[in-house]
Design a protein around this ligand. Sequence first.
Ligand code: EPU
Length: 423
Amino acid sequence: MAPAMDGIRIRGGKPLTGRVRISGSKNAALPILCATLLSDGQSLIRNVPDLKDIETTAELLETMGRPCDAAPPMVAVHPGAVTPEAPYELVKQMRASVLVLGPLVARYGKARVSLPGGCQIGSRPVDQHLKGLEALGAKLRTEHGYVIAEAPRLRGTEIVFDVPTVTGTENLMMAAALAKGRTTLVNSAREPEVVELARVLNKMGAKVRGAGTPVIEIEGQDELAPFDHAIVADRIEAGTYMVAAAAAGGDVLVEGVPVDDLEALVAKLRASGVGLEADGNGVRVVRGKTLRSVDVTTSPHPGFPTDMQAQFMVLMCLAEGTSRISETVFENRFMHVPELRRMGAEIEVQGHTAFVRHVTRLEGATVMATDLRASASLVIAGLVADGETIVRRVYHLDRGYEHIEDKLGAIGADVTRVHGLAG
Ligand code: EPU
């Protein structure tokens, strides 16, 4: 029998009003938790979001021998004897587990890490991570689904990424921080989470320059110190609430928005007629009378984030005209489209582009998504739709949105968690 699962029930049609505070960034916290492996002492990480992926990473560190007090918003990673091995059972739950590979081989001279497989949004290879580690002098082999990396001491070198990869850049920055000599990473990812990791590595005593640009230089050190760091706000959570407020209508102050990291989204929201006003460290979102369709193409930062594509598509369903949304980062990231269609959306997909036609209303339905951001888009659709929507498989949302039903409830949405839905 299929396992029982939680879902989110939304009674749509209520405008959102009030304030919502943005939590710490998931995708910044994950590599930073892995960076604790680069030093032996106790590191403290603050403003950590209370999410399943954080729990999984803490479990991974514990399994490897580093006890954790994971009590978000604080996580303490204690000293311990490390077995440099990441088992399949944990990596399969979270692809970002591959981020332990660089730190382990740099600090312990050896790592055995289960290779992540494909996932719902694409094949997502890790060849760039592996190619970079080899260039740093690691000997790699794969055995029974695991990559085994060995190197008595990594040596700095120049590495040119074929594609800018976020976790690939992070993995190699961490490895290079303990390598002998200087490493230059060319065609690096420029995402704010890479910049945040560089801040932490610099706190640990590494010399990292250029993070946030395509060329990052890392002066390797013989050892690194533990750190104490508060994680930046989550730009994707912030963007999701901004789009939710714009789609549902009303007047919401989204507090703690890292607005400089959201320029591409802010520009598209403004162009579509959404009112955005800076207010203290927040952004007030007021939906204009009519929404206009705009075209969007996802690309690496500072372009329009792939992690906002699904949510923005719901807004475009409500905009006058036809919007063309192209996904260039992942090959299979339109899994929300058939579910949105079941709610009355008129969307046609041709290759990597979705044509989104204006509809006057969406209808509540039972829907299911297969990844985190697609699930968020269905929640937003549910907020807008007439009647009741149930978004099944809420565990996807729990990986990336802290206490989503409480946060939406506090700004006037009728959202409840329902337990025990069949498979
Ligand atoms: N790629 C390769 N080879 C590699 C690595 C990546 O070809 O070795 C390709 C990928 O297949 C993809 C592109 O490069 O087409 C970019 O992928 P990237 O490696 O940048 O993605 P990632 O590091 O695996 C992170 C976020 C994702 C986010 C992407 C893109 C974390 C933990 N994950 O993934 O976040 O979508 O960057 O911005 O930081 C999410 O939070 O929902 C999420 C999926």
